[in-house]
Design a protein around this ligand. Structure first.
Ligand code: R5P
Length: 351
């Protein structure tokens, strides 16, 4: 793999563990001013230091993201439809590679719509985008979009979509979590990250994250479940703890609750943490790996002790943690498996 391509991917999926936290704020490209993203700058500014990369359109980058903050940009370059239009699958490439380079994008993102009316166009668009982007060593993230048909999100459909995306040359794929997610990951030869989807109770969103990582996901590209939370910073930090610090669900949720005490409520909303029950429709609500009672007590409930274990904002790859707090989730796939050197020993530990 070309050095530039590899280096850009390493800015998105950290080389120490092959994982990343991508904050998705590109929703306006077809949803307009969706809830909690009405003023993108206000949504992005407090969160940006907690993500590894930011998925965004060129319009929001230029107007609402501080160019002095060196966050890797995953630039959405497809679009052309809206939520009130006829067919969401009729997307084209709307931003040139030249403009992406001007923006200093680290990667490009576009949607494919497998099985939809405009499947053919979206797949050919993906092939052409990979051709163009590789000329400049820029990786492409394919988004396996389902439009309004959320019920499509099962392992059979998503593994079909992810595999096709990889076959067309996508360097990373974003998809949805589902039952039997291992099938999706195992049949896709490039890293798979998950979208969060519509807003869930926080514990459910963390369960989604945990289960995806456990099943081999390389991270998240999450939006609404972070910035539509009443506590966006605690939420992204808890997600980050799962992705980068191998927190299990209980640890991450405890961290979330602890951090909620430190951060003000968004927009003077009323808290409702007590009603945050798990969503029984979600698959495998996580039997967290066993930990000792002592370790559990030392986890995030005690701010003074938990601080060093909490994920810190980072823009550079961090060294592998030498003392994981729990058995590690399944080893994530490394980038471009056959071309990437083996992960460091600590990252190879599996459950
Ligand atoms: C949707 O098409 C956008 O690309 C979003 O980036 C994606 O859905 C991830 O955001 P969320 O976690 O809110 O689903």
């Amino acid at each position: 793999m070309d050095w530039g391509l590899k280096n850009r991917i390493a800015n998105i999926l950290k080389p120490n563990n092959g994982r990343g936290v991508m904050l998705a704020v590109d929703h306006g490209y077809f949803l307009g001013p969706t809830e909690s993203l009405e003023v993108p700058r206000r949504t992005v500014a407090p969160l940006v230091k907690y993500c590894d990369s930011l998925m965004v359109t060129r319009g929001v980058v230029r107007t609402s993201v501080d160019p002095n903050h060196p966050v890797p940009i995953v630039l959405r370059v497809s679009g052309g439809t809206s939520i009130i239009g006829e067919d969401l699958s009729n997307e084209k490439i709307t931003t040139s590679v030249k403009d992406a380079i001007r923006i200093n994008a680290t990667a490009l993102a576009m949607s494919i719509f497998v099985g939809a009316k405009y499947e053919h166009n979206s797949l050919v668009n993906l092939g052409n985008l990979v051709n163009d982007a590789e000329e400049y060593g820029i990786p492409v993230l394919a988004v396996t979009a389902v439009g309004k048909e959320l019920e499509k999100r099962d392992a059979r459909y998503l593994s079909l979509s992810c595999r096709i995306a990889a076959e067309f040359g996508a360097h990373m794929v974003k998809t949805y979590f589902c039952d039997n997610f291992e099938k999706v990951v195992n049949s896709c030869p490039v890293p798979v990250i998950i979208a969060g989807g519509p807003k869930l109770p926080e514990r459910d969103a963390l369960a989604l994250t945990y289960n995806a990582i456990k099943a081999g996901a390389a991270g998240v590209d999450m939006g609404r479940n972070i910035w539509q939370s009443q506590y966006p910073i605690p939420m992204i930090r808890a997600v980050r703890a799962i992705v980068h610090s191998n927190y299990n669900l209980d640890q991450a949720y405890n961290l979330f609750k602890t951090l909620c005490k430190e951060y003000p409520l968004k927009n003077n909303q009323k808290p409702h943490l007590g009603n945050n029950t798990q969503n029984k429709n979600r698959p495998d609500q996580s039997k967290a790996p066993q930990q000792s009672q002592k370790t559990q007590q030392q986890q995030p409930q005690q701010p003074s002790q938990s601080k060093p274990q909490q994920p810190r904002p980072q823009q550079q790859p961090r060294p592998q943690q030498s003392k994981p707090q729990q058995p590690r989730p399944q080893q994530p796939k490394t980038q471009m498996k056959k071309q990437t050197p083996p992960a460091p020993p600590a990252a190879q530990a599996t459950q």
